[in-house]
Design a protein around this ligand. Sequence first.
Ligand code: 5RP
Length: 219
Amino acid sequence: MTQDELKKAVGWAALQYVQPGTLVGVGTGSTAAHFIDALATIKHQIEGAVSSSEASTAKLISLGIPVFDLNNVDALSVYVDGADEINPQMQMIKGGGAALTREKIIAAVAKTFVCIADASKEVDILGRFPLPVEVIPMARSYVARELVKLGGQPEYRQHVVTDNGNIILDVHNLRILDPVALETRINALPGVVTVGLFASRGADVALIGTAQGVKTLTR
Ligand code: 5RP
């Protein structure tokens, strides 16, 4: 199976976590896009979606799924999203698609975070994938110097402006042995909007696409 077929398999498998009559939190990226395609087949059974990016919002609307402002939503039963890396503790690196901040906000609201990923995203130790950090533009150089002090090599993601009007630094060469501590430390730097480490709030369920089928991991 191709990587995209594995992404499609987990995107459709995530439908089983959607409860009829509810609002669904929707992530961003190519795996989440498969989930949106699947969600469209049951759109008359759900109230609608809360979206983590302008790109996902456009796709949801094009398929006739109503999109709600999170400020008008009290609770979300489920959030479904992809990941760039996931470890056995179900902590993740996210933000390859630059949507990490909105993703983290929706993940915080949702009762259950379902991570959908192909098997290439599984790692024992997070950090092989460069860690995205969303930064207020004027703080770019300061934050980059601080990230170097933490042992990383930040690289400015050229020509990318997030949906929130900020920039992304991708931090290379990290071997993240204590994801919760690093998440807390980077988030505390002035100018950092969000780090793409989803450690203190990891996934509750992971659906991993393998050649043998969809593997389900739970906490
Ligand atoms: C976007 C993300 C995505 O979930 C992550 O980059 C995975 O993307 P894909 O499903 O295309 O492999 O965090 O900000």
